[in-house]
Design a protein around this ligand. Sequence first.
Ligand code: GLA
Length: 395
Amino acid sequence: MSNTGAAPAEIADRLRRSAPSGSDLAWRAPGRANLIGEHTDYNDGFVLPVALRLALYIAGRRSPGSPGSLRLTSLDESGGAIVDLGTGEGPDKGWGRYATAVVRSLLDDGVELTGFTGVLVSEVPRGAGLSSSAALEVAIASAIVAEPLDPVRMAKICRRAENVYVGIQSGIMDQLASAAGRSGCALLIDCRDITVEAVEVPDRLRVVVIDSAVQRGLAESGYNERRKQCEAAASIMGVASLRDADGELLESHRERMDDVIYRRARHVIGENGRVMDTVAALRTADFERLGRLFDDSHRSYARDFEASTPEIDSLVEVAQDTDGVVAARLTGGGFGGCTVNLVVEGRSEEAAAEILSGYQALTGLQGRVWVSEPADGAIPLEFLTEGGFAPKAGG
Ligand code: GLA
């Protein structure tokens, strides 16, 4: 799979045919897979996501008039969204509520906005844990800001849109991965001071994302409950967040915690350490160590954090036994969704096919797979005269 950031031909074609006349602007905002560091972001810890080739695209034109409005049509789903850029009035249901939320959050930050009329189309599957909503938020914000925002500010605004106006208490990872992704690299994010360091993924590795086809049914309630449990653990230990705790502090408070709270904290504390170890293993291309770290992370996520499912455990086990797979684990918020696998180049397509058939034999479920290299974050695209879109020079 190429990694130029250009829109795939079929997507480009649909956008061209449906974009309003006079359209001359387009953006691409990617989904993400987290290599390691799960439920650590809202605990002020470390995460290591990659932006994917799978992305959401918006094309359209600026519309005159002050304060103007955002008018969007989705090519994937029914209905359109119209949001008033002066008052932030807009839809409060369906995908349109993300447009409303982004506009309100941008207004809260005093960002100058510009009217926009356009269409959007997404390759990021919804509900699979690949941050389709973060891609939507970042793409919308890119289309309506009068001047480009730096990726950290953009991510903070989009995260607040989700926390305050959509009502999901997520951390910063997804929006920052979509806004700041770097081709060929994972992003080491320190979620306390929101700094980002690009860590090269060895050339020989492909990121293979496999959708388990397990619906993320309990995702929202399970996510919010985990978050509360982590906060409870931090408060019992008398620290501001689990970032400030280590194994010793945890053990010294074990008697005062119920077992569930203790295990949630053990996952997060251990996971922060595994993120840093994974960075070291990527830098030295130590594939054996990468495999062990993903394995430990998955086990901790499944047993201590209880965010996996029996089917996903099978999907990880099948992958671990497949030739060419270096590392495999459940990625994202949990309770369903996708696994992330690091696979040696030249084996990725075959390994993926073998994993899918092994998984189906064990569970009866038909998974889906995407092979990618770490891609760039949100970028403006240029309309090419011969059709299609390409990354804008200097954009
Ligand atoms: C979801 C949230 C992120 C993060 C992950 C778990 O994707 O949106 O902020 O907490 O779950 O690591």
